[in-house]
Design a protein around this ligand. Structure first.
Ligand code: NAD
Length: 261
């Protein structure tokens, strides 16, 4: 089958079902909206721990975005997310592993619990979500989009475990791209640089630390500004689209040049 035919077939397949984790705020919220805005036939399952923030993306397109309250680190969280999507829509085409946390930490003040919490959300949950979604993605010849970070490629002094967990997500992306290619599943990642979201506030950063992080980010961003969540959402939607049918295993920086600067 030629690539053109394969793409045409994927496009003809009709409505696609997308799961976005961490969709109540920031990049996830914009991503849920961007998928819904791009295609009237797409259906988005917006996943987050609390129902209230999920009402924001769902409220923008109630016929296309449905909220699903689930903690992706809970024992049955990954299965509940996939089950919820299948019960509602009967299929799953795209899994966006976006939920993440970035609490401050450096060697000398880490605790076992702190390290495990970062990795549980940023690394273990994407693995178990990918696994729970595997049968449905095999059936749909679907796509996994992991949300990594530019500092996964550079390191982040004062947040080394976060950077290391995300570097592992890059490695998962490349490994799964090869492992799942025989099933027709594509696996890609975006690696955002400094993006204007509440992630620092969610991590409990003090105003001083938030300002210091912003200074460091701006000094290390050749385009000289902080990015918008919509700029990352755009890249996620493009990589997940059926037209990107020959793209797999890529970790795409969306970072104003940070990794090359
Ligand atoms: P954010 O804090 O606004 O979004 C993260 C979302 O994940 C939140 O809504 C949070 O409630 C949710 N979440 C956290 N733990 C969860 C759990 N256990 N179950 C379900 N949902 C959970 O921040 P953001 O910047 O939009 O982050 C989105 C992703 O982008 C993260 O993976 C983050 O590491 C990554 N990222 C962000 C930046 C940036 O500068 N903002 C840069 C690089 C990478």
């Amino acid at each position: 089958m030629s690539e053109t035919t394969r793409t045409d077939e994927a496009v003809r397949r009709g409505p696609r079902v997308v799961v976005v984790t961490g969709a109540g705020t920031g990049i996830g919220q914009e991503t849920a909206w961007a998928f819904a805005a791009q295609d009237p036939d797409v259906r988005v399952v917006a996943v987050g721990r609390r129902a209230e923030p999920l009402a924001r993306p769902a409220g923008r397109a109630p016929d296309r975005i449905v909220p699903l309250a689930a903690d992706v680190t809970s024992p049955d969280g990954p299965e509940a997310v996939v089950r919820g999507a299948l019960e509602r829509f009967g299929r799953l085409d795209v899994l966006v592993n976006n939920a993440g946390i970035a609490p401050h930490g450096q060697l000398g003040d880490y605790t076992r619990e702190g390290v495990e919490a970062v990795l549980a959300t940023n690394l273990t949950a994407p693995v178990l979500l990918g696994q729970a979604a595997l049968p449905a993605l095999t059936e749909s010849r679907g796509v996994i989009v992991n949300v990594s970070t530019a500092v996964g490629q550079r390191g982040w002094p004062t947040n080394s475990v976060y950077a290391a967990g995300k570097a592992a997500v890059d490695t998962l992306t490349r490994s799964w791209a090869v492992e799942l290619a025989p099933r027709g599943i594509r696996v890609v990642a975006v690696a955002p640089g400094a993006i204007a979201t509440p992630i620092g506030r969610h991590a409990g950063f003090s105003p001083e630390r938030q300002a210091a992080v912003r200074r460091w980010q701006l000094e290390n961003t050749p385009l000289g500004r902080i990015g918008e969540p919509a700029e990352v959402a755009w890249a996620i939607v493009q990589l997940a689209s059926p037209q990107a049918s020959f793209v797999t295993g890529v970790v795409l920086p969306v970072d104003g040049g940070a990794v090359v600067g």
